[in-house]
Each structure stands twice: as C-alpha cells, then as structure tokens.
Design a protein around this ligand. Structure first.
Ligand SMILES: *[C@@H]1O[C@H](CO)[C@@H](O)[C@H](O)[C@H]1NC(C)=O
Ligand SMILES: *[C@@H]1O[C@H](CO)[C@@H](O)[C@H](O)[C@H]1NC(C)=O
Ligand SMILES: *[C@@H]1O[C@H](CO)[C@@H](O)[C@H](O)[C@H]1NC(C)=O
Ligand SMILES: *[C@@H]1O[C@H](CO)[C@@H](O)[C@H](O)[C@H]1NC(C)=O
Ligand SMILES: *[C@@H]1O[C@H](CO)[C@@H](O)[C@H](O)[C@H]1NC(C)=O
Ligand SMILES: *[C@@H]1O[C@H](CO)[C@@H](O)[C@H](O)[C@H]1NC(C)=O
Ligand SMILES: *[C@@H]1O[C@H](CO)[C@@H](O)[C@H](O)[C@H]1NC(C)=O
Ligand SMILES: *[C@@H]1O[C@H](CO)[C@@H](O)[C@H](O)[C@H]1NC(C)=O
Ligand SMILES: *[C@@H]1O[C@H](CO)[C@@H](O)[C@H](O)[C@H]1NC(C)=O
Ligand SMILES: *[C@@H]1O[C@H](CO)[C@@H](O)[C@H](O)[C@H]1NC(C)=O
Ligand SMILES: *[C@@H]1O[C@H](CO)[C@@H](O)[C@H](O)[C@H]1NC(C)=O
Ligand SMILES: *[C@@H]1O[C@H](CO)[C@@H](O)[C@H](O)[C@H]1NC(C)=O
Length: 546
C-alpha cells in the first residue's frame, strides 16, 4: 500500500526523536492513558505528548474490518499516533447498503446504533487501540455540498454517483439546516435551539459510548465551523455567534464525558478587533462551568440525575445567554455596532483575520471547556474562500512562507491563551492529484469522463479547468510537484514543531486495494456502477494516489 506520508513522518520523527514518548503504564483502568493538558502541553501516560497524525474521514465507513485494520497498520508503521476522522454520517434516506449514523428526514432525526451504525465507530476505536493509535473524532461538518446524483454539467444523463463519493458528503450542519431551518441559513445551526437539541442528541449518542475509552483522543465539535457554508449564512452571523455555540456545546459534551478533551476543529481564523466573549484581559471567569474546573478523574460519567440537571442548566444558559458584546434578535446574535464596524472594516488583513468568516479562534480557545486549539492550512482553497482573501501565491517560496507565517500566527494566539494547539489538517494539491480536487464550496462532482480511477491523468484536465479555477498555479501548472509537496510539508512540519505546535495532522491518508461493494466509500469509477472488487480510498485531491 502506497502512502506519500511515510517518508515524511519518519524524517520528522527522526529529527525530533525526543518527542516520541516512552510508554510507562498498562492500559486498563488507568486514567493517565486519557489525553489531558497541562501548561500548554498534552499529557498522556504521565508524559508530554507531541504527535504526528493524519486524516482519514472515510476510515470507519470502510466495508470490512480487515481494511480498517490494514490501514491502521500502515499508519502505525509510518509513525502515526493520532487519526482524525468523522464520527458523523448523516443521510436523508436510508441507503440500501453501507453505513449511516443518522437519518435526518421528515422533521425528525433517527440515530442508527446498529452494526452498520454507531457500532462502526466502536470497531474503529477497538482496532485503533490494537495499533496504539488514538482517534480524534469530529462530530459534524461545516460543509455539506449536495451531489445531485442525476445532474452532470457535461453529460446530464450519466450514471448516478455512488453515495459518499464527494469528500464532504457525510451530512453535517447543512443537513440539519435544510431539514429544520426556518430561513434555511447556515447560521441557524448555531442559533436555533431545536436544531441544537437534535445535534446534542446525536452527540450524546456518540460521546456516551466512549466515556471510559482512552483511545479516543478528543472530541472535535465540527470540521471547520464558520458562518458561511454550502448553504449561505444570514448576515447577522458573526464571531460571537460561533464562539457562543462552542462555549455551549463544549460544556454539553463535558457534561456527558468529563474524561476527554474537547476542541473546536476551526481553521484558525482570527480577529483581534472583534468583541470577545472570553477576553484574555481580564483573565477568563470559569465560574460558569463546573466541569472545566473538575480535575479529570477515572470516575466514569456523572450520575444520570446530575447529568440531566447539568444539561438542563446548559440549555437554559444557551437559551438566555448574556452576550458580552451583542444583543439577541429573533433568536440570533447580533454584535454591537462597534464590534460590527470593526469586523467589517480592516479588510487589508484579508478575511482570515478580520472576523468575516465568523471565527475568532482565540476567543473560542479561551472558552472554559475548549481544551486545545486547532487550525488548518489548505492554500489551494484560499481562492475559494471569498472576496478579500489573499491572492494565491504563484511562487513556490512565497507559498511555503505563507504557510510558515500562518503557523506562527496561530501558535502565538494559542500560547497567549496557554492551551495546546494542533495543526489539525494540512494539505497541498499535487499535479497528480489535481484531477480529483474538489474545492470545498464545490457542489459539482468531477466530470463524468474521468472513467479510469487507476489512470486519472487519462481524462481531460481542461474540463476541470472550466469548472474549477486552478489552484496553486505554481509556474502555470495545476498543483505542485510531488517533490514540492514534500518540501513544503517538511518546512511546515519544522515550523510547527519549532513554534511549539503540539500535533500536526496531514490531510489526508491514501490507501489502495480496499474491498469494494455497494454502499462502500471506496472510490469507484465515476461512470458505471460501484461494483469494482477493489479500489482506493476516496480522494478529494489530497489523498495518496494508490
Ligand atoms: C494491490 O494489490 C496488488 C496485488 O496484490 C499489488 O501488486 C499492489 O501493489 C497493491 N497496491 C497497493 C496500493 O497496495
Ligand atoms: C500509553 O501507554 C499505553 C500502554 O502502555 C500505550 O499503548 C500507549 O501507546 C501509550 N501512549 C503514548 C502516547 O505513549
Ligand atoms: C498495509 O496494508 C496492506 C493491505 O493493503 C497490508 O497487506 C499490509 O500488511 C499493511 N501493512 C501493515 C504494516 O499493516
Ligand atoms: C417521509 O415521509 C413520507 C410521507 O409519509 C414517506 O413517503 C417517506 O418514506 C418518508 N421518508 C423517510 C426517509 O422516512
Ligand atoms: C439502540 O437504541 C434503541 C433505542 O434507544 C435501544 O432500544 C436498543 O437497545 C439499542 N441497540 C443497541 C444495539 O445498542
Ligand atoms: C438534479 O439534476 C437533475 C438533472 O439536471 C434535475 O432534473 C433535478 O431537478 C436536480 N435535482 C435537484 C435537487 O437539484
Ligand atoms: C427553530 O427551528 C424550529 C424547527 O424548524 C422552528 O419551529 C423554530 O421556530 C425555530 N426557532 C427560531 C427561533 O427560529
Ligand atoms: C456565503 O457564501 C455564498 C455562496 O455560497 C456567497 O454568495 C456569500 O457572499 C457568502 N457570504 C459571506 C458573508 O461570506
Ligand atoms: C466557489 O468559490 C469561488 C470563489 O469565490 C467561485 O468562483 C466559485 O464559483 C464557487 N463555486 C461554487 C460551486 O459555488
Ligand atoms: C518555475 O520556473 C522557473 C523558470 O523555468 C524555474 O527557475 C523555477 O525553479 C520554477 N519554479 C518551480 C517552483 O517549479
Ligand atoms: C486504466 O488505466 C490503467 C493504467 O493506465 C490501465 O492499465 C487500465 O487498462 C485502464 N483500464 C481501463 C478500463 O481502461
Ligand atoms: C471529456 O469530455 C470533454 C467534454 O465533452 C471532451 O472534450 C474530452 O475529450 C473528454 N475526455 C476524454 C478523455 O474522454
């Protein structure tokens, strides 16, 4: 099985051998196996823990346990100690075959706790533990472009795509918004308490399964949460809306599971001038949260009665919060005039740092129940993030430097809060991978004439060029060379480690020779039926080409 990650990881771990912790205890009832934090570091087994990890959102949804086991074995052999994956898989109709976790349909949500449901997550964690790999579970996704399975810009009558073909086709926030939203704007996921309670019910069903399992590294509230998405936001959404949601939901997760860390999963956008809910000065007031101050203990979940009470309290606070710098209008947060003015202005720094994404990562990180910080780096996506985004560098050294700057900026912001930080997803599209690249706002699947997944370059790139603006246009090509990707990753890993980032996770792991069947997530030919016997893992432009 081929993966481009292995040599890189070895090189980085080799250069930082001191980071590999010595296992000191046996796993059993030992609470020290749970990841915790102290003085801005992760602690596992009583030692500081810095990790190299990777992403594989499709991992729990492979057809066979053997495939999952093989992939984990290959990861472990490459020095991976944490894998980040999706603990959500929302559908709007129950698929005939394959895994689904939640049906969101007909005004309600139904959780699948069967063998093709939440039990797949149990299996993943069990197998990961065998390989000494921790699982970082993300609970929902900001992005949910719908693949219209009958529409095709080129050949409208083409065969429908298999489910889960697209990177983000696992449901997420917009699946809730489409079903339950009143105005059908993305921010209703954060502000509507009916939607909140559906999400919390799902979250409780997932989280409660692993309260005593230390091989879950942490709970990530969402992949890349922000105001806007594939479903547009209302313009009343701002950083306070998103931060308040994090404060509420992280408290909810901690009320169910005090043993595990909770993180945001945000991309690292910042906003120095935005109004704060958790200002650094004066120091945060953790009195609103009992769980944040509780010493982590081996004691399992709190009693049902106590839990119910806490949940009720949390919901009450959610419904009637006291905003730091805003007012509540028809269920929505609206920042005060000054905050809004500051948020809207300052466009010189680009959308990444002016609050217009709705993300103030430092304010989120300073929420009492957020245990560590997250950020991402996907330079190929910059040109899709909206007006005002910095221009895509066309020079390789500028591209590398932009990444280093981003890493250092995020590290400084996290260190000011005093909590650990992870570069949760990092990816650069290569020329080989460009035919698979789907920008995050894409709602259109790859052109139907990519018919041979083992030879993607045989398809017409010019068709993709029409659909998607070229990405890292280094020397006029779509995507960088393998060598450049490797150089850039090395530079960013080193920058992260030197700056004090506590974990780095590439996006994403590639795997080949996976068993395929109806309902699988194995990447199938775009045309024809999904009945190949073997295939590579889904590739959204960032996977290893197997
Ligand atoms: C898939 O299996 C074939 C035959 O067993 C082997 O030659 C090939 O290297 C494998 N490919 C990957 C990506 O593991
Ligand atoms: C912690 O100890 C357990 C049991 O010895 C081991 O399996 C695990 O890999 C250790 N974790 C770390 C991060 O060292
Ligand atoms: C990696 O996966 C392949 C199957 O694709 C398997 O043959 C091999 O044993 C795995 N490697 C490890 C180290 O588990
Ligand atoms: C939703 O309700 C309609 C009408 O009762 C029914 O036909 C359909 O099967 C339901 N969908 C799901 C996914 O249950
Ligand atoms: C699934 O959930 C239902 C409803 O809560 C419960 O009755 C059933 O025992 C659960 N099944 C499993 C396998 O956990
Ligand atoms: C999907 O595409 C088909 C063919 O273009 C079209 O008829 C249908 O209305 C589309 N469905 C949605 C939900 O947009
Ligand atoms: C929240 O969503 C529910 C379900 O659609 C709706 O009944 C309710 O009015 C919404 N609340 C607000 C404040 O918009
Ligand atoms: C949100 O995204 C939509 C496209 O989905 C775009 O038209 C709109 O300008 C964006 N809004 C903001 C506030 O970025
Ligand atoms: C994605 O965003 C880019 C840049 O804003 C825009 O040009 C493109 O049309 C968008 N694509 C879709 C499918 O919304
Ligand atoms: C771009 O092309 C120039 C001139 O051919 C060359 O010197 C440079 O190394 C190339 N840069 C990259 C990143 O390939
Ligand atoms: C797909 O491409 C591979 C590699 O070029 C080739 O060996 C194989 O025959 C092709 N398959 C089909 C069905 O064209
Ligand atoms: C793919 O489709 C485009 C547009 O119809 C066509 O120009 C191109 O030749 C096709 N490529 C292949 C490899 O069939």
């Amino acid at each position: 099985m081929r993966s481009y990650i292995a040599p890189l990881v070895f090189a980085v771990l080799g250069a930082h051998a001191a980071l590999t912790p010595t296992p000191t205890r046996r796993w059993g009832t030992d609470s020290s196996l749970f990841a915790s934090t102290k003085d801005g570091q992760f602690i596992v087994n009583g030692s500081t823990f810095k990790f190299v990890g990777t992403n594989a959102y499709w991992l729990p949804y492979l057809n066979t346990d053997e495939d999952i086991d093989n992939v984990l074995g290959n990861m472990s052999a490459a020095g991976i100690s944490v894998v980040r994956t999706w603990a959500f898989n929302d559908v709007t109709t129950i698929p005939e075959e394959g895994v689904w976790l939640q049906l969101i349909s007909n005004g309600t949500a139904q959780i699948n706790n069967g063998t093709n449901g939440l039990q797949r997550l149990d299996k993943l964690v069990e197998l990961a533990a065998n390989h000494g790999i921790y699982v970082l579970f993300s609970l929902t996704n900001n992005w949910n472009p719908i693949a219209n399975e009958t529409a095709d810009p080129l050949t409208p009558s083409s065969t429908p795509l298999p489910r889960n073909f697209l990177s983000n086709d696992y449901g997420g926030m917009d699946a809730y918004v489409r079903e339950f939203g009143v105005d059908k704007t993305h921010d209703e996921f954060y502000t509507n308490m009916t939607i909140r309670s559906f999400f919390e019910d799902f979250t409780q069903a997932v989280v409660s399964r692993f309260v005593n399992n230390p091989w879950v590294f942490s709970w990530e509230l969402a992949n890349d949460p922000r105001c806007n998405s594939s479903v547009p936001t209302a313009d009343t959404c701002n950083t306070n809306v998103v931060t308040q949601w994090h404060a509420d939901v992280s408290e909810f997760v901690k009320s169910i599971d005090p043993n595990h860390l909770v993180s945001s999963g945000d991309a690292g956008f910042s906003c120095a001038t935005c109004s704060k809910i958790f200002p650094l000065q004066p120091p945060p007031q953790p009195s609103a949260s009992v769980s944040s101050r509780r010493k982590r203990s081996p004691v399992p979940a709190m009693s049902k009665a106590r839990q119910a009470k806490k949940v009720a309290e949390a919901r009450k606070r959610s419904v009637n919060p006291v905003p730091a710098d805003g007012v509540r209008i028809r269920g929505r947060w609206v920042a005060n005039k000054e905050a809004k003015r500051q948020t809207a202005g300052n466009s010189a720094v680009g959308t990444a740092n002016d609050g217009s994404t709705g993300v103030d990562s430092q304010d989120i990180l300073n929420a009492p129940n957020i245990g560590f910080g997250s950020f991402q780096y996907f330079p190929d996506q910059n040109s899709y993030a909206g007006p005002g985004q910095p221009a895509q560098p066309t020079n390789f050294s500028d591209l590398v430097q932009q990444g280093i700057d981003w890493i250092q900026q995020n590290t400084a912001n996290a260190q000011a809060v005093g909590k650990p930080l992870t570069l949760t997803a990092l990816g650069l599209v290569t020329q080989d991978n460009f035919p698979f690249f789907i920008p995050f706002n894409g709602t259109t699947p790859p052109p139907s004439n990519i018919t041979n997944t083992t030879d993607p370059t045989s398809s017409s790139l010019s068709v993709r060029d029409l659909l998607y603006t070229p990405v890292t246009a280094i020397n006029g090509t779509n995507g960088v060379t393998q060598q450049q990707q490797s150089e850039a990753y090395q530079a960013w890993f080193n920058a992260a480690l030197n700056a004090g980032v506590n974990g780095v996770m590439t996006y994403q792991w590639g795997a080949g020779n996976l068993t395929s069947a109806q309902g699988t997530v194995v990447q199938a030919p775009v045309s024809g039926t999904n009945t190949v016997s073997q295939g590579p893992a889904p590739n959204d432009g960032y996977g290893g080409v197997a």
